[in-house]
Design a protein around this ligand. Structure first.
Ligand code: PLP
Length: 229
């Protein structure tokens, strides 16, 4: 495997190319390096080569890395991209820049309650199951639109957009990314403040170029940076 620095550089080039093809500004796509199962040393190596935003999926593992001396006192921006259970909200809420994987009204309510308690403001994304695969987390598009009105009014948290994990097949994935973009449009139509709803977290190592073509603002890339898990 190549070095982490050269992997990141190669991905940045691919992002640029996909953006140019799609007529987009490369600065409109943020690369989140997914470091789950990878050591603090490797995270530090990526950070030292210029990567600032990292994604973690498991609460316990994230907390260990967060507290690792190697990663203390450096301005990493952590994204929580895993499935978040209500009882774990409390332990991550003051440590992350954005929570991607909220898939229930009740978890959003818990996030709001804890944000109020800590006197914090938290940005989050709703996870949508665009593929319809039962093995995947995420709200159905219909439920999301039905529950949106309750979500918009929760204090101390702000819905910033949508997240999805697409099908393995790239052609199907592109269609699912398109669906997510359209769903964000529908959500903006009913939102009290549509200017807040700007983010589409979609695309991973195998399909981030498709996601960029469909409007991704954040791509979550693990394997292509850190190697196989
Ligand atoms: C693991 C993971 C990724 C990264 O996937 P790769 O295929 O390794 O790039 C992205 N998003 C989520 C939610 C993940 O759990």
């Amino acid at each position: 495997m190549e070095s982490i620095a050269s992997n990141i550089e190669a991905i940045r080039k691919q992002i640029n190319t996909a953006c140019i093809e799609a007529g987009r500004d490369p600065a409109s796509v943020r690369l989140i390096a997914v470091s789950k199962t990878k050591s603090a040393e490797l995270v530090r190596e990526a950070f030292d080569s210029g990567q600032v935003e990292f994604g973690e999926s498991y609460v316990q593992e994230f907390l260990e890395k967060y507290e690792d001396p190697l990663l203390e006192n450096i301005p990493i921006e952590w994204h929580f991209i895993g499935h978040l259970q209500s009882n774990k909200v409390r332990s991550i809420i003051d440590k992350v820049k954005l929570v991607h994987g909220i898939d229930k009204l009740s978890t959003a309510e818990e996030l709001s309650k804890r944000a109020v308690q800590h006197n914090l403001h938290v940005d989050y994304l709703l996870e949508v199951n665009t593929s319809g695969e039962t093995s995947k987390y995420g709200m159905s598009p219909d439920d999301l639109l039905l529950e949106a009105a309750s979500l918009f009014h929760l204090p101390n948290i702000t819905l910033r957009g949508l997240m999805t994990i697409a099908s393995y097949d790239r052609v199907a994935a592109r269609e699912e990314f398109r669906q997510l973009r359209m769903l964000l449009e529908s959500l903006r139509d009913i939102a009290p403040d549509p200017s807040k709803l700007t983010e589409l977290s979609m695309g991973m190592s195998g399909d981030f170029e498709e996601a960029i073509h469909e409007g991704a603002t954040m791509i979550r890339v693990g394997t292509s940076i850190f190697g196989w898990r």
